[in-house]
Design a protein around this ligand. Structure first.
Ligand code: UDX
Length: 432
Protein backbone atom coordinates (compact mmCIF):
# COMPACT_ATOMS: atom_id res chain seq x y z
CA UNK A 1 0.00 0.00 0.00
CA UNK A 2 1.12 3.58 -0.59
CA UNK A 3 0.98 5.64 2.58
CA UNK A 4 1.69 9.24 3.54
CA UNK A 5 2.28 10.33 7.12
CA UNK A 6 1.98 14.04 7.84
CA UNK A 7 4.05 15.09 10.87
CA UNK A 8 7.30 13.38 11.91
CA UNK A 9 6.96 13.74 15.67
CA UNK A 10 7.00 10.73 17.94
CA UNK A 11 3.83 9.13 16.66
CA UNK A 12 4.34 9.93 12.96
CA UNK A 13 7.90 8.71 12.85
CA UNK A 14 7.20 5.48 14.66
CA UNK A 15 4.01 4.75 12.68
CA UNK A 16 5.67 5.56 9.34
CA UNK A 17 8.69 3.41 10.06
CA UNK A 18 6.60 0.47 11.28
CA UNK A 19 4.23 0.61 8.28
CA UNK A 20 7.31 0.55 6.01
CA UNK A 21 8.62 -2.42 8.00
CA UNK A 22 5.45 -4.35 7.16
CA UNK A 23 6.11 -3.83 3.43
CA UNK A 24 4.25 -0.62 2.55
CA UNK A 25 5.73 2.31 0.69
CA UNK A 26 5.67 5.20 3.13
CA UNK A 27 6.43 8.89 2.69
CA UNK A 28 6.73 11.00 5.83
CA UNK A 29 6.09 14.72 5.51
CA UNK A 30 7.13 17.58 7.76
CA UNK A 31 7.18 21.36 7.37
CA UNK A 32 10.51 21.54 9.23
CA UNK A 33 13.08 21.35 6.41
CA UNK A 34 16.00 20.80 8.78
CA UNK A 35 14.27 17.88 10.42
CA UNK A 36 13.45 16.35 7.04
CA UNK A 37 17.03 16.73 5.89
CA UNK A 38 18.31 15.05 9.05
CA UNK A 39 15.87 12.18 8.56
CA UNK A 40 16.94 11.81 4.92
CA UNK A 41 20.48 11.47 6.22
CA UNK A 42 19.32 8.82 8.69
CA UNK A 43 19.47 10.92 11.87
CA UNK A 44 16.40 10.89 14.13
CA UNK A 45 15.48 13.87 16.29
CA UNK A 46 14.46 11.82 19.35
CA UNK A 47 15.94 9.03 21.43
CA UNK A 48 13.90 5.85 21.05
CA UNK A 49 15.45 2.39 21.40
CA UNK A 50 15.67 0.54 18.05
CA UNK A 51 14.03 3.25 15.96
CA UNK A 52 17.13 4.49 14.15
CA UNK A 53 18.10 0.99 13.07
CA UNK A 54 14.61 0.20 11.76
CA UNK A 55 14.49 3.54 9.95
CA UNK A 56 17.86 2.88 8.26
CA UNK A 57 16.78 -0.56 7.13
CA UNK A 58 13.53 0.63 5.55
CA UNK A 59 15.06 3.75 4.03
CA UNK A 60 17.79 1.59 2.44
CA UNK A 61 15.09 -0.69 1.03
CA UNK A 62 13.46 2.44 -0.47
CA UNK A 63 10.19 1.83 1.35
CA UNK A 64 10.57 4.88 3.60
CA UNK A 65 10.99 8.44 2.32
CA UNK A 66 11.04 11.91 3.86
CA UNK A 67 9.94 15.15 2.25
CA UNK A 68 8.65 18.65 2.92
CA UNK A 69 6.35 18.45 -0.11
CA UNK A 70 2.99 17.36 1.24
CA UNK A 71 1.20 17.35 -2.12
CA UNK A 72 3.70 14.99 -3.74
CA UNK A 73 3.41 12.55 -0.84
CA UNK A 74 -0.38 12.69 -0.65
CA UNK A 75 -1.28 12.46 -4.36
CA UNK A 76 -0.34 8.79 -4.89
CA UNK A 77 -1.28 7.63 -1.36
CA UNK A 78 -4.26 5.40 -0.56
CA UNK A 79 -4.05 6.16 3.14
CA UNK A 80 -2.85 9.46 4.67
CA UNK A 81 -2.15 9.74 8.39
CA UNK A 82 -2.38 13.05 10.22
CA UNK A 83 0.18 12.86 13.03
CA UNK A 84 0.91 16.53 13.69
CA UNK A 85 1.08 18.07 17.15
CA UNK A 86 -1.96 19.04 19.23
CA UNK A 87 -0.45 21.46 21.77
CA UNK A 88 -2.35 22.63 24.78
CA UNK A 89 -4.71 25.49 23.92
CA UNK A 90 -5.55 28.49 26.07
CA UNK A 91 -8.19 26.85 28.26
CA UNK A 92 -6.49 23.46 28.54
CA UNK A 93 -8.20 22.10 25.43
CA UNK A 94 -6.16 20.63 22.56
CA UNK A 95 -5.24 23.19 19.89
CA UNK A 96 -6.41 21.80 16.53
CA UNK A 97 -4.93 24.40 14.17
CA UNK A 98 -2.18 22.08 12.85
CA UNK A 99 -4.55 19.15 12.40
CA UNK A 100 -7.08 21.22 10.48
CA UNK A 101 -4.55 22.99 8.30
CA UNK A 102 -2.98 19.60 7.43
CA UNK A 103 -6.49 18.34 6.58
CA UNK A 104 -7.04 21.26 4.19
CA UNK A 105 -3.74 20.70 2.44
CA UNK A 106 -4.38 16.98 2.14
CA UNK A 107 -7.79 17.75 0.63
CA UNK A 108 -6.22 19.96 -2.03
CA UNK A 109 -3.59 17.36 -2.91
CA UNK A 110 -5.81 14.24 -3.17
CA UNK A 111 -6.21 12.80 -6.68
CA UNK A 112 -8.35 9.69 -6.04
CA UNK A 113 -10.27 7.99 -3.20
CA UNK A 114 -8.21 8.45 -0.04
CA UNK A 115 -8.59 7.37 3.55
CA UNK A 116 -7.52 10.23 5.83
CA UNK A 117 -6.64 9.00 9.31
CA UNK A 118 -6.48 11.03 12.52
CA UNK A 119 -3.52 9.50 14.35
CA UNK A 120 -2.83 12.45 16.66
CA UNK A 121 -4.70 12.42 19.96
CA UNK A 122 -7.63 14.70 19.19
CA UNK A 123 -10.77 15.68 21.10
CA UNK A 124 -14.14 14.12 20.44
CA UNK A 125 -15.66 15.51 17.27
CA UNK A 126 -12.38 16.23 15.48
CA UNK A 127 -12.98 13.62 12.76
CA UNK A 128 -16.12 15.56 11.82
CA UNK A 129 -14.14 18.82 11.65
CA UNK A 130 -11.43 17.17 9.56
CA UNK A 131 -14.11 15.85 7.19
CA UNK A 132 -15.57 19.36 6.81
CA UNK A 133 -12.11 20.90 6.23
CA UNK A 134 -11.41 18.42 3.41
CA UNK A 135 -14.86 18.55 1.87
CA UNK A 136 -14.57 22.34 1.64
CA UNK A 137 -11.64 22.08 -0.78
CA UNK A 138 -12.21 18.96 -2.92
CA UNK A 139 -14.76 16.86 -4.82
CA UNK A 140 -12.57 13.77 -4.68
CA UNK A 141 -14.04 10.89 -2.66
CA UNK A 142 -12.56 10.26 0.79
CA UNK A 143 -13.26 8.85 4.25
CA UNK A 144 -12.02 10.05 7.62
CA UNK A 145 -10.91 7.49 10.21
CA UNK A 146 -10.01 7.98 13.86
CA UNK A 147 -7.13 5.65 14.74
CA UNK A 148 -5.57 6.78 18.04
CA UNK A 149 -2.08 5.62 18.94
CA UNK A 150 -1.37 4.01 22.30
CA UNK A 151 2.41 3.66 22.15
CA UNK A 152 4.61 4.46 25.15
CA UNK A 153 7.82 6.39 24.69
CA UNK A 154 10.84 4.19 25.36
CA UNK A 155 8.90 1.10 24.19
CA UNK A 156 7.36 2.61 21.07
CA UNK A 157 8.36 -0.01 18.50
CA UNK A 158 7.29 -2.92 20.66
CA UNK A 159 3.95 -1.21 21.36
CA UNK A 160 3.35 -0.41 17.70
CA UNK A 161 4.39 -3.76 16.29
CA UNK A 162 2.60 -5.77 18.99
CA UNK A 163 -0.27 -3.58 20.15
CA UNK A 164 -2.72 -4.69 22.87
CA UNK A 165 -5.42 -3.52 20.49
CA UNK A 166 -5.88 -1.31 17.45
CA UNK A 167 -8.81 1.11 17.64
CA UNK A 168 -10.37 2.10 14.33
CA UNK A 169 -13.25 4.55 14.29
CA UNK A 170 -15.08 4.87 10.99
CA UNK A 171 -18.54 4.80 9.46
CA UNK A 172 -17.31 3.54 6.09
CA UNK A 173 -16.97 -0.13 5.09
CA UNK A 174 -14.46 0.79 2.41
CA UNK A 175 -12.16 2.56 4.88
CA UNK A 176 -12.64 -0.22 7.41
CA UNK A 177 -11.42 -2.80 4.90
CA UNK A 178 -8.29 -0.81 3.97
CA UNK A 179 -7.40 -0.14 7.61
CA UNK A 180 -7.93 -3.82 8.45
CA UNK A 181 -5.46 -4.83 5.73
CA UNK A 182 -2.93 -2.29 6.91
CA UNK A 183 -2.98 -3.49 10.51
CA UNK A 184 -3.35 -7.23 9.80
CA UNK A 185 0.42 -7.90 10.19
CA UNK A 186 0.39 -6.49 13.74
CA UNK A 187 -2.71 -8.05 15.30
CA UNK A 188 -3.49 -11.47 16.73
CA UNK A 189 -6.67 -13.05 18.06
CA UNK A 190 -5.97 -11.88 21.59
CA UNK A 191 -4.83 -8.44 20.38
CA UNK A 192 -7.74 -7.47 18.16
CA UNK A 193 -8.73 -4.60 15.95
CA UNK A 194 -11.69 -2.89 17.57
CA UNK A 195 -13.96 -1.18 15.07
CA UNK A 196 -16.22 1.58 16.32
CA UNK A 197 -17.61 5.01 15.44
CA UNK A 198 -15.18 7.95 15.27
CA UNK A 199 -16.38 9.64 18.47
CA UNK A 200 -15.97 6.48 20.53
CA UNK A 201 -12.48 5.97 19.09
CA UNK A 202 -11.48 9.54 19.94
CA UNK A 203 -12.81 9.25 23.47
CA UNK A 204 -11.20 5.82 24.02
CA UNK A 205 -7.73 7.34 23.80
CA UNK A 206 -8.42 10.05 26.34
CA UNK A 207 -10.24 7.70 28.67
CA UNK A 208 -7.35 5.20 28.58
CA UNK A 209 -4.77 7.84 29.47
CA UNK A 210 -7.04 9.37 32.11
CA UNK A 211 -7.56 5.93 33.68
CA UNK A 212 -3.81 5.26 33.86
CA UNK A 213 -3.13 8.74 35.27
CA UNK A 214 -5.87 8.12 37.84
CA UNK A 215 -4.28 4.85 38.97
CA UNK A 216 -0.95 6.60 39.47
CA UNK A 217 -2.45 9.55 41.35
CA UNK A 218 -4.51 7.16 43.46
CA UNK A 219 -1.33 5.34 44.52
CA UNK A 220 0.43 8.66 45.09
CA UNK A 221 -2.40 9.68 47.42
CA UNK A 222 -2.14 6.36 49.23
CA UNK A 223 1.64 6.85 49.48
CA UNK A 224 1.11 10.23 51.16
CA UNK A 225 -1.23 8.54 53.62
CA UNK A 226 1.36 5.79 54.21
CA UNK A 227 3.85 8.45 55.26
CA UNK A 228 1.35 9.87 57.75
CA UNK A 229 0.33 6.58 59.33
CA UNK A 230 3.72 4.86 59.18
CA UNK A 231 2.85 2.22 56.56
CA UNK A 232 5.00 1.10 53.62
CA UNK A 233 3.38 1.79 50.25
CA UNK A 234 5.46 -0.91 48.58
CA UNK A 235 3.66 -3.56 50.64
CA UNK A 236 0.34 -1.87 50.03
CA UNK A 237 1.01 -1.75 46.28
CA UNK A 238 1.68 -5.49 46.14
CA UNK A 239 -1.35 -6.17 48.28
CA UNK A 240 -3.48 -4.25 45.79
CA UNK A 241 -1.89 -5.42 42.55
CA UNK A 242 -2.25 -9.09 43.39
CA UNK A 243 -6.02 -8.68 43.25
CA UNK A 244 -6.77 -9.76 39.67
CA UNK A 245 -9.47 -7.12 39.39
CA UNK A 246 -6.88 -4.45 40.10
CA UNK A 247 -3.62 -5.81 38.61
CA UNK A 248 -0.06 -4.50 38.98
CA UNK A 249 0.55 -2.14 36.04
CA UNK A 250 0.66 1.63 36.66
CA UNK A 251 0.44 1.34 40.43
CA UNK A 252 3.96 2.61 41.08
CA UNK A 253 3.93 5.64 43.35
CA UNK A 254 6.57 8.23 42.50
CA UNK A 255 7.39 11.89 42.20
CA UNK A 256 4.52 12.45 39.77
CA UNK A 257 3.64 11.47 36.23
CA UNK A 258 4.95 13.56 33.35
CA UNK A 259 5.41 13.32 29.62
CA UNK A 260 3.53 14.71 26.66
CA UNK A 261 0.38 12.63 27.11
CA UNK A 262 -0.97 12.18 30.63
CA UNK A 263 -0.82 15.82 31.78
CA UNK A 264 -2.10 17.19 28.47
CA UNK A 265 -4.76 14.58 27.85
CA UNK A 266 -6.24 14.71 31.36
CA UNK A 267 -6.47 18.48 31.02
CA UNK A 268 -8.01 18.24 27.55
CA UNK A 269 -10.61 15.71 28.71
CA UNK A 270 -11.61 17.97 31.60
CA UNK A 271 -11.89 20.86 29.11
CA UNK A 272 -14.00 18.83 26.67
CA UNK A 273 -16.38 17.79 29.42
CA UNK A 274 -16.65 21.41 30.56
CA UNK A 275 -17.60 22.45 27.01
CA UNK A 276 -20.56 20.10 27.41
CA UNK A 277 -21.43 21.48 30.85
CA UNK A 278 -19.99 18.53 32.78
CA UNK A 279 -17.42 18.87 35.58
CA UNK A 280 -15.11 15.81 35.84
CA UNK A 281 -14.31 16.13 39.55
CA UNK A 282 -12.33 12.89 39.75
CA UNK A 283 -9.88 13.97 37.05
CA UNK A 284 -9.43 17.40 38.58
CA UNK A 285 -8.41 15.64 41.80
CA UNK A 286 -6.01 13.47 39.77
CA UNK A 287 -4.33 16.65 38.52
CA UNK A 288 -4.15 18.19 41.98
CA UNK A 289 -2.58 15.06 43.42
CA UNK A 290 0.00 15.01 40.65
CA UNK A 291 0.90 18.66 41.20
CA UNK A 292 1.40 17.99 44.91
CA UNK A 293 3.42 14.89 44.14
CA UNK A 294 5.78 16.80 41.87
CA UNK A 295 6.50 19.17 44.76
CA UNK A 296 6.89 16.42 47.35
CA UNK A 297 10.64 15.83 47.06
CA UNK A 298 11.47 19.50 47.39
CA UNK A 299 9.17 19.64 50.42
CA UNK A 300 11.07 16.76 52.03
CA UNK A 301 14.40 18.45 51.35
CA UNK A 302 13.17 21.71 52.88
CA UNK A 303 11.98 19.88 55.96
CA UNK A 304 15.27 18.05 56.32
CA UNK A 305 17.70 20.89 55.65
CA UNK A 306 15.70 23.97 56.57
CA UNK A 307 17.65 26.33 54.30
CA UNK A 308 18.77 25.10 50.89
CA UNK A 309 20.75 28.19 49.88
CA UNK A 310 24.38 27.50 48.97
CA UNK A 311 23.98 23.78 49.44
CA UNK A 312 24.86 21.44 46.57
CA UNK A 313 22.49 18.70 45.37
CA UNK A 314 22.88 15.89 42.86
CA UNK A 315 20.00 14.89 40.58
CA UNK A 316 19.91 11.50 38.90
CA UNK A 317 17.59 11.42 35.92
CA UNK A 318 16.03 14.29 33.97
CA UNK A 319 13.70 12.66 31.44
CA UNK A 320 10.06 12.09 32.47
CA UNK A 321 10.79 8.35 32.50
CA UNK A 322 13.63 5.99 31.52
CA UNK A 323 14.59 5.14 27.92
CA UNK A 324 13.66 8.52 26.52
CA UNK A 325 15.20 11.98 26.35
CA UNK A 326 11.77 13.62 26.54
CA UNK A 327 11.55 16.16 29.35
CA UNK A 328 8.07 17.52 28.74
CA UNK A 329 6.32 17.95 32.12
CA UNK A 330 9.13 15.94 33.73
CA UNK A 331 9.11 16.00 37.56
CA UNK A 332 12.85 16.79 37.39
CA UNK A 333 12.11 20.21 35.87
CA UNK A 334 9.93 21.31 38.77
CA UNK A 335 12.34 19.90 41.34
CA UNK A 336 15.41 21.55 39.82
CA UNK A 337 13.68 24.89 39.36
CA UNK A 338 12.58 24.64 43.00
CA UNK A 339 16.11 23.92 44.20
CA UNK A 340 17.57 26.75 42.12
CA UNK A 341 14.84 29.07 43.33
CA UNK A 342 15.92 28.37 46.93
CA UNK A 343 19.51 29.26 46.05
CA UNK A 344 20.91 25.72 45.87
CA UNK A 345 23.55 24.49 43.42
CA UNK A 346 22.44 21.57 41.26
CA UNK A 347 24.54 18.90 39.53
CA UNK A 348 22.58 16.74 37.10
CA UNK A 349 23.14 13.51 35.22
CA UNK A 350 20.93 11.60 32.79
CA UNK A 351 22.12 8.88 30.38
CA UNK A 352 20.50 10.56 27.33
CA UNK A 353 18.58 13.71 28.27
CA UNK A 354 21.40 16.14 29.16
CA UNK A 355 21.29 17.84 25.75
CA UNK A 356 17.56 18.37 25.94
CA UNK A 357 18.01 19.63 29.52
CA UNK A 358 20.20 22.48 28.29
CA UNK A 359 17.09 23.99 26.71
CA UNK A 360 15.48 24.11 30.15
CA UNK A 361 18.35 25.10 32.43
CA UNK A 362 21.05 26.61 30.20
CA UNK A 363 24.14 27.07 32.35
CA UNK A 364 22.23 27.34 35.63
CA UNK A 365 23.06 23.73 36.54
CA UNK A 366 26.20 21.63 36.22
CA UNK A 367 25.95 18.79 33.68
CA UNK A 368 27.97 15.97 35.19
CA UNK A 369 29.55 13.31 32.93
CA UNK A 370 28.45 10.41 35.17
CA UNK A 371 26.08 9.58 37.99
CA UNK A 372 28.91 9.58 40.54
CA UNK A 373 30.22 12.92 39.27
CA UNK A 374 26.74 14.40 39.84
CA UNK A 375 26.88 13.25 43.47
CA UNK A 376 30.37 14.60 44.17
CA UNK A 377 30.40 17.11 47.00
CA UNK A 378 26.60 17.04 47.26
CA UNK A 379 24.74 17.14 50.57
CA UNK A 380 21.73 15.35 49.14
CA UNK A 381 21.01 13.17 46.15
CA UNK A 382 17.67 12.99 44.33
CA UNK A 383 16.74 10.02 42.17
CA UNK A 384 14.05 11.28 39.81
CA UNK A 385 14.08 8.89 36.82
CA UNK A 386 14.46 5.16 37.42
CA UNK A 387 17.08 4.35 34.75
CA UNK A 388 18.48 0.86 35.33
CA UNK A 389 22.00 2.20 35.81
CA UNK A 390 20.85 4.04 38.96
CA UNK A 391 19.33 1.00 40.61
CA UNK A 392 22.39 -0.62 42.17
CA UNK A 393 24.94 2.07 42.92
CA UNK A 394 28.12 1.42 44.87
CA UNK A 395 26.84 2.96 48.09
CA UNK A 396 30.25 3.04 49.77
CA UNK A 397 31.72 4.96 46.84
CA UNK A 398 28.71 7.28 46.87
CA UNK A 399 29.13 7.92 50.56
CA UNK A 400 32.79 8.81 50.18
CA UNK A 401 32.06 11.16 47.28
CA UNK A 402 29.18 13.03 48.90
CA UNK A 403 29.58 15.78 51.47
CA UNK A 404 26.28 15.05 53.22
CA UNK A 405 24.46 11.74 53.19
CA UNK A 406 20.81 12.12 52.34
CA UNK A 407 19.04 10.23 49.56
CA UNK A 408 15.66 11.27 48.18
CA UNK A 409 14.43 8.27 46.21
CA UNK A 410 11.62 9.57 44.01
CA UNK A 411 10.90 6.17 42.48
CA UNK A 412 11.36 3.78 45.42
CA UNK A 413 14.15 1.89 43.65
CA UNK A 414 16.54 1.57 46.60
CA UNK A 415 16.28 -0.81 49.52
CA UNK A 416 15.81 1.55 52.49
CA UNK A 417 17.45 -0.89 54.94
CA UNK A 418 20.57 -1.25 52.80
CA UNK A 419 20.85 2.49 52.20
CA UNK A 420 20.49 3.26 55.91
CA UNK A 421 23.02 0.55 56.79
CA UNK A 422 25.54 2.42 54.65
CA UNK A 423 25.02 5.51 56.75
CA UNK A 424 22.55 7.48 54.62
CA UNK A 425 19.35 9.16 55.68
CA UNK A 426 16.65 7.80 53.35
CA UNK A 427 13.49 9.47 52.08
CA UNK A 428 11.34 7.39 49.71
CA UNK A 429 7.79 7.88 48.50
CA UNK A 430 5.30 6.50 51.00
CA UNK A 431 7.82 4.63 53.11
CA UNK A 432 10.57 5.47 55.52
C1 UDX B 1 1.41 7.23 27.83
C2 UDX B 1 0.51 5.99 27.66
O1 UDX B 1 1.03 4.90 28.41
C3 UDX B 1 0.35 5.63 26.21
O2 UDX B 1 -0.55 4.55 26.05
C4 UDX B 1 -0.15 6.84 25.45
O3 UDX B 1 -0.25 6.58 24.09
C5 UDX B 1 0.76 8.03 25.67
O4 UDX B 1 0.90 8.30 27.07
P1 UDX B 1 4.04 7.72 27.83
O5 UDX B 1 3.66 9.14 28.15
O6 UDX B 1 5.05 7.48 26.77
O7 UDX B 1 2.74 6.89 27.40
O8 UDX B 1 4.61 7.09 29.19
P2 UDX B 1 4.14 6.06 30.32
O9 UDX B 1 5.08 4.92 30.35
O10 UDX B 1 2.71 5.75 30.22
O11 UDX B 1 4.43 6.91 31.64
C6 UDX B 1 3.80 8.16 31.90
C7 UDX B 1 4.24 8.74 33.25
O12 UDX B 1 3.68 8.03 34.32
C8 UDX B 1 5.74 8.76 33.49
O13 UDX B 1 6.14 9.99 34.03
C9 UDX B 1 5.95 7.63 34.47
O14 UDX B 1 7.10 7.81 35.29
C10 UDX B 1 4.67 7.71 35.29
N1 UDX B 1 4.30 6.44 35.93
C11 UDX B 1 4.02 5.34 35.19
C12 UDX B 1 4.23 6.38 37.32
O15 UDX B 1 4.50 7.37 38.03
N2 UDX B 1 3.85 5.19 37.91
C13 UDX B 1 3.54 4.08 37.19
O16 UDX B 1 3.19 3.05 37.80
C14 UDX B 1 3.63 4.16 35.79
Amino acid sequence: MKIAVVGTGYVGLVAGTCFAESGNEVTCVDVDARKVQALQEGRIPIYEPGLEELLHRNAAARRLHFTTELAKAVAPAQVVFIAVGTPEGESGDADLQYVLSAAGEIGKAMKHYTVVVDKSTVPVGTADKVREAIRAVTDVEFDVVSNPEFLKEGAALEDFLKPDRVVIGTHSDRARKLMGELYAPFVRTENPILYMDTRSAELTKYAANAMLATRISFMNDISALCEKVGADVEYVRKGLGSDKRIGYPFLHPGCGYGGSCFPKDVKALVATARDYGLELDLLRAVERTNARQKRSMLAKALKHFGELADRTFGVWGLAFKPKTDDMREAPAVELIEGLLGKGARVQVYDPVAAKVAERYFGNRVLYAPSSYAAAEGAEGLFLVTEWNEFRRPDLRKLRSLMKGHVIFDGRNVFDPVQVKDEGFTYYGIGRS
